[in-house]
Ligand binder design. Structure first.
Ligand code: SF4
Length: 475
């Protein structure tokens, strides 16, 4: 880090500080450990696409309505050590004033957006006559037709007053951010109590035990702080008398005793609810900021793949079905046409985290009314296998307090693993489909990506089959 770098504070630095002061310190000191995930890469690729369309909208819609105005893109301004680059500035020559347009891929304005614009406004006020501030974001009411309607796709929300109200606070906060950036050590900076997906875990919690108090499911901030105050970071060291709910207590006990826990009658009652043939269903989805298919809204999830395993009887053969939508038309329609043929009309439909699959089914029913009865019937048959872990009916210390299938599978079925698969998590799957359907993948890359996606999604349902079998064998 050069001296100059540490003394500059950009808008991105300020937002990192708001995220957590230690994140800014870690960035300034080269201590960010976690590379950008595929999910975040997908977000930024889509962000570029939104920005391009927003530019087109400002020029072809807003500027066309005000031909005397002028537009400036990505202008850089500085106010001492504080630097900002404005997405778009509209200049009104009559009054010599400017309007700021901040472009966002979201479908609304949130609190962070207001702090973001207030930071820019402070810098701009020192250099130009800034009149109004807008967030140009996607319109949540927009529904894609055959041709994109730019005038409808974006909404310019006037946030001038809300931003003005934040200026005194942001003026103080940016000084705090500068001090955080310049701090010699991170110790005096606050850290959060949810160290999951940390960008810099070693800065906040060096040497954190593998199974820590932060892995206890849904443990409140107060209790985490209380345990830390007692010098306890290891889940195994939580005193048996510490106030926890039943599932938390069972997880902590597992950490302490290293023994699994089974509520056999509850497991028997749950598995007795299942009807053969049992279907194991999993969807892969991709959030498209700008809808590409008629009927979709901005930021709507596109279901692009399913995997389906079928177990006809407890000892029966296993059949597999699956499809990836790549025809170029609406992926939901293509999938439903295949799924309705593959998924039989009777038997339980097992998923892992039913909210996700059931919500996608409801959304697809909204898009394609001719499949609404089919999808409603599927939802009526859904059984969430993950609930057996989530509700503490079967727990293993190896799950480390998580009910994610990615944590449960290696413990219950060690011979099956996501490790080594080119695609091994949902964000990568979304990115792969995005590259095939909307990106620049050539024919050879498409073939590889398709095969990788097939392996990944099939493993998701095979994992459920094998976990179901292991649970059934516990009875
Ligand atoms: S604990 Fe993790 S997420 Fe929290 S401030 Fe530290 S690095 Fe960030």
């Amino acid at each position: 880090m050069t001296h100059d770098d540490s003394r500059r504070l950009t808008k991105s630095d300020f937002l990192l500080y708001l995220d957590a002061p230690r994140h800014l310190w870690a960035k300034k000191n080269g201590r960010i450990e976690v590379p950008l995930s595929d999910f975040n890469r997908l977000l930024s690729e889509q962000g570029y696409a939104v920005e391009a369309l927003a530019r087109e909208t400002l020029e072809s819609v807003y500027l066309a309505a005000h031909p005397r105005a002028d537009l400036f893109w990505q202008s850089r301004y500085a106010d001492g050590p504080f630097e900002a680059r404005a997405d778009a500035l509209m200049y009104w020559p009559d009054g010599g004033q400017y309007d700021l347009y901040e472009i966002k891929s979201s479908t609304g304005v949130d609190k962070t957006d207001l702090y973001d614009i207030a930071f820019q406004a402070l810098v701009l006020h020192s250099q130009i006559d800034l009149h109004r501030c807008f967030v140009l974001h996607l319109n949540k009411e927009y529904i894609q037709a055959a041709v994109t309607d730019l005038a409808w796709l974006f909404v310019a929300e006037d946030v001038t007053e809300a931003v003005a109200a934040l200026l005194p606070e942001v003026a103080e906060l940016r000084q705090g951010a500068l001090l955080a950036a310049l701090a010699r050590e991170p110790d005096e900076l606050p850290h959060c109590l949810t160290p999951r997906d940390c960008p810099c875990p070693a800065v906040c919690h060096p040497g954190l035990p593998e199974f820590s108090i932060f892995d206890i499911p849904r443990l409140g901030q107060k209790k985490k702080a209380e345990l830390l105050g007692m010098g306890i970071r290891d889940a195994a060291a939580i005193p048996p008398a510490f106030d926890l709910n039943a599932v938390q207590r069972a997880v902590a006990e597992g950490a302490r005793t290293r023994r699994e826990r089974l509520d056999r009658p509850a497991l028997a009652a749950e598995l007795a609810r299942l009807r053969f043939p049992i279907w194991f269903l999993d969807y892969e989805t991709c959030n498209l900021a700008v809808p590409r298919f008629p009927g979709y809204r901005p930021q709507q999830q596109v279901v692009f793949q399913y995997s389906l395993h079928c177990l006809d009887a407890p000892e029966g053969p296993l059949r597999h079905f699956g499809h990836i939508a790549l025809s170029g038309g609406d992926p939901a329609r293509e999938l439903l046409e295949h799924l309705a043929g593959d998924l039989g009309g009777s038997g339980s439909v097992i998923v892992w985290n039913k909210t996700f699959e059931m919500t996608r089914n409801r959304e697809m029913a909204g898009l394609h009314a001719d499949f609404a009865d089919f999808l409603e019937g599927v939802n009526a048959r859904v059984y969430d296998l993950g609930e057996i872990v989530n509700r503490g009916i079967y727990l293993h210390p190896g799950f480390k307090g998580s009910w994610s299938i990615k944590n449960v599978l290696p413990v219950m079925v060690p011979e099956l693993s996501y490790q080594g698969l080119p695609i091994h998590e949902g964000g990568q799957a979304s990115m792969a489909w995005w590259r095939m359907a909307c990106g620049d993948a050539d024919a050879a890359q498409r073939e590889t990506l398709r095969a990788d996606l097939e392996h990944y999604c099939a493993l998701d349902t095979l994992a459920m089959v094998e976990i179901y079998r292991r649970l059934a064998a516990l009875l």
